[in-house]
Design a protein. Structure first.
Length: 380
């Protein structure tokens, strides 16, 4: 049953918390009881709504949480998250007091930031746990391994910081046939050895994202960072065949109008669709402002009464038009499934992503804030 009060807008996203917790349980089964799970809920839980997702994951046994920004960490505390929260994007000038007040743990990839954090910690009278970020080949955030002697020497002189973990990120983990991941793992293990030889004793070593969790051993790590697999969006071979995951998001709307249109008439902007026969065209109150990509013009399909129906013409800011000529009885109020299943038919985020030339992550994250998230669970 819904966990939120009824909402009047017909366009909505339903988040299946049972599917979410099932996906977390599959990660737990894969990594075992001795390895901790850091559930990545950045970007509003990949567009799924962190206010409902994070508490459900905490109740289901997630050990820690990962966000990109300090502000996202503050949101988790407001949502009742008491477990450790790692700010994977680090901390920016002026955010140090908030980090301390809300007990957030930053990824550390800049020595000037380290010095600011040390000063803030001494002023507050307590140490700040940090996760040392190493660039082993992603080419994004992190210290390059050759800088490690300088970095470790500097950290030795900053007693306000506690080196809680060592972290890196894999660039090609979702392409298990590529050998580069093994090289990254080897570099990471060498870095960990250097860190320990310098006298540090990090509690957590973490490298594995969703793809790595399901494609290789954990390489001595004792913390994993599932993200997309929690939301049922891990794609590509061999993951789609071998990884048990359930879709969590269902994107829905309803028919607002059905119109009889003669043959030879154009519909929507630029008349990119012209009826080839007398047609029935349904108007649905969803558009690119809601995250229904304009790139689905001429490509998109929706489900109505268990049948696929093509988007007719240009996707508008607030509306799409759908050709329902072949579906008997379509009427105002009928449910329209944009992502998800209806009867035996399904439209997946992967299908949608392939049509517009992107990835499932972006499909989820682009569902806009004006679309209400409704959290549902059979346990409630």
């Amino acid at each position: 049953m819904p966990l939120d009060p009824p909402l009047t807008r017909p366009t909505r996203v339903e988040i299946d918390l049972d599917a979410l917790c099932f996906n977390l349980s599959q990660v737990r089964q894969r990594v075992g009881a001795e390895c901790e799970i850091l559930a990545v809920v950045k970007a509003d839980a990949y567009g799924h709504g962190a206010r409902g997702v994070a508490p459900a994951l905490q109740a289901a046994g997630a050990d820690q949480f990962g966000v990109a920004l300090v502000g996202e960490g503050l949101d988790l505390r407001r949502y009742g998250i008491t477990r450790p929260v790692v700010v994977l994007g680090g901390v920016f000038p002026g955010e140090e007091p908030l980090l301390l007040e809300h007990d957030l743990q930053p990824a550390l990839y800049d020595l000037d930031v380290a010095r600011r954090l040390d000063a803030a910690s001494r002023e507050a009278g307590r140490r700040i746990p940090c996760h040392l970020k190493i660039d082993t080949g992603m080419g994004r955030l992190g210290f390059r391994p050759e800088r490690l002697p300088e970095v470790l020497a500097t950290l030795k002189a900053l007693p306000g910081l506690e080196l809680r973990g060592v972290i890196s990120h894999l660039a090609l983990a979702d392409e298990p046939e590529k050998s580069f991941t093994a090289a990254q793992v080897e570099r990471f293990q060498a870095v960990v050895n250097q860190v320990r030889e310098a006298g540090f004793a990090p509690r957590y070593l973490h490298l594995a994202n969703s793809a790595a969790i399901y494609s290789r051993d954990l390489c001595g790590c004792n913390l994993v960072r599932p993200g997309i697999s929690l939301y049922g969006g891990l794609t590509g071979s061999p993951f789609e065949q071998d990884v048990p995951q359930r879709p969590v998001m269902r994107f829905l709307s309803q028919v607002a109008q059905v119109k009889e249109v003669p043959a030879g008439e154009g519909v929507s902007y630029a008349h990119r669709f012209v009826t080839a026969r007398p047609s029935r065209i349904a108007a649905v109150p969803v558009g690119y402002a809601d995250g229904y990509s304009r790139l689905l013009t001429g490509k998109g399909e929706v489900l109505i009464r268990g049948c696929r129906a093509p988007v007719a013409g240009t996707v508008c800011m607030d509306w799409i038009l759908v050709d329902v000529t072949h579906i008997p009885g379509v009427t105002v109020g009928d449910r329209v499934t944009l992502l998800g299943s209806d009867g035996t038919e399904s439209i997946t985020a992967k299908e949608w992503a392939d049509k517009v030339g992107t990835i499932t992550y972006e499909v989820f994250c682009n569902i806009s804030k004006r679309v209400p998230r409704i959290f549902v669970s059979g346990k409630e």
